[in-house]
Ligand binder design. Structure first.
Ligand code: PHE
Length: 440
């Protein structure tokens, strides 16, 4: 009996000490150190505010990626877990929740936000704490300039703005343009500047620049001023919530010119807000769920099966890619040590994502083509019209289009051939040129 108790207490104390070891291993992993427990990743998005469809899609995309990663055995045998925070689409709240994710939850990396102003508010917190942050979809150039721990897997607004300006001038033969932008959004302000720069360079003229804020109930004052100048195209670099109403009010005022926009239009809510008024509109975006490329169609199928048959918008696709890029970097880093992880994210090269091939350059940006999509309210589809490549990156040839490592580039080629592709449509922005080590 005595021996039994001795053995029992021995086993018990071994169990106890191993539990302690496990526990301490866990606490280093959930910080920025290395370890063997679950890998905790923070996500901050807008789930209840003005841009909540962005947050919902982003959350879904990340969740799908993490579920796939865990089902395949995790990252180096460790499970990835998410801590998701709602920032209500407000910059101050974005900063607060990222502070919480890092200090309280001790996440090893942060994914988010979508709207550039929110990411710009929160990124300094991650930079200060030296916790890597990857924004799936914030396109304002200043975002990754916050510091060496801030990354993105999407293109930038200098490229996006100049791409739609080229489309306006070359494909729509626009000579004059008006811009109606959101004065409180870094995204909108940047696109206004970059569009004007390129459109002017191409010989066009911006005849009016009008402003709104996200709380404006009505845009008819600004639209009437623009109508009087009768521009060939109207560029609205805003988010879907206002864009839909602007489109309706513009058409009500008899303005039938093409409306142009950016990725901020992309939302399942756009169709109800804008309806038929969205006809004759074109936007730049990151990908199209209607791209027949099998890589994309597989993703669309899996996503729809998981999330109520809703097709993944570009937010969902970029979010999915951001989580996969992070997991790949943790794998290559051999753990979650923040310096090693930062360097591994920066070393991402030719990663085959659903939004194309992702390579992170020295400025911590991804250099990728943009697609111009035609907005089709009748079928609620965004239809690919042309693909615009950054300078130095060309449309894939038939020869390389068969290799799967090219991801959806293969199909961009088909789209380009089938539609309005203009071979002169490569980006001439010298800024992009200097970051073109991504042409590999
Ligand atoms: N690019 C936008 C921004 O930086 C966010 C966005 C991306 C919105 C993709 C929709 C689709 O603010």
């Amino acid at each position: 009996m005595k021996n039994f108790f001795l053995a029992f207490s021995l086993i018990f104390s071994i169990l106890l000490s191993s539990a302690c070891v496990d526990k301490s291993a866990n606490s280093t992993t959930t910080g920025s150190g290395d370890g063997s427990g679950d890998i905790k990743v923070g996500v901050y998005v807008d789930l209840t505010g003005q841009t909540s469809s962005f947050g919902q899609s982003t959350k879904n995309g990340i969740q799908l990626a993490v579920d796939e990663i865990n089902a395949a055995g995790g990252v180096n045998g460790r499970k990835m877990t998410l801590v998701i925070e709602d920032d209500q689409g407000r910059p101050e709240q974005a900063k607060t929740v990222v502070e919480k994710l890092i200090k309280q939850d001790k996440v090893v990396a942060v994914l988010g936000e979508v709207a550039s102003s929110n990411t710009l508010a929160a990124a300094p917190v991650a930079q200060e704490a030296k916790i890597p942050m990857i924004t799936p979809s914030s396109t304002n150039p200043r975002v990754t300039q916050v510091g060496d721990h801030i990354f993105r897997v999407c293109f930038l607004d200098d490229f996006q703005g100049s791409s739609i300006a080229k489309f306006a001038a070359n494909n729509l033969s626009g000579k004059t343009a008006a811009i109606l932008g959101d004065v409180n959004s870094d995204y909108s302000k940047g696109l206004t500047e970059f569009f004007e720069k390129e459109f002017t360079k191409l010989g066009g003229r911006v005849v009016a620049k009008e402003a709104y804020t996200q709380t404006d109930p009505d845009f008819k004052g600004q639209l009437t001023k623009i109508r009087n100048l009768n521009p060939d195209v109207l560029y609205v670099p805003g988010y879907y919530g206002q864009v839909g109403i602007i489109a309706r009010q513009a058409r009500e005022l008899g303005m039938n010119m093409p409306l142009l926009g950016g990725d901020g239009w992309d939302s399942p809510d756009l169709w109800n807000l804008g309806g038929e008024a969205l006809k004759n509109s074109y936007i730049t975006n990151h990908y199209s769920a209607d791209d027949p490329n099998p890589v994309i169609q597989n993703f669309v199928k899996t996503y729809k099966a998981k999330f109520n048959n809703v097709a993944p918008d570009s937010l969902a696709a970029l979010a999915y890619d951001s989580a996969k890029v992070l997991a790949d970097a943790i794998k290559r880093a051999g753990g979650t040590d923040s310096v090693k992880l930062r360097d591994a994210i920066n070393a991402t090269k030719d990663f085959a994502g659903v939004t194309g091939t992702i390579s992170i350059n020295a400025e911590r940006n991804a250099v990728k083509p943009a697609v111009v999509l035609e907005v089709n309210p009748a079928t609620k589809q965004l239809l690919p019209r042309t693909t615009i490549y950054p300078e130095g990156m060309s449309a894939p040839t038939a020869a390389n289009s068969n290799t799967m490592s090219n991801g959806n580039m293969m199909n961009s080629n088909q789209i380009s051939n089938g539609n309005m592709m203009n071979s002169s449509m490569t980006n001439s922005n010298s800024n992009m040129n200097s970051t073109m080590n991504a042409n590999r």
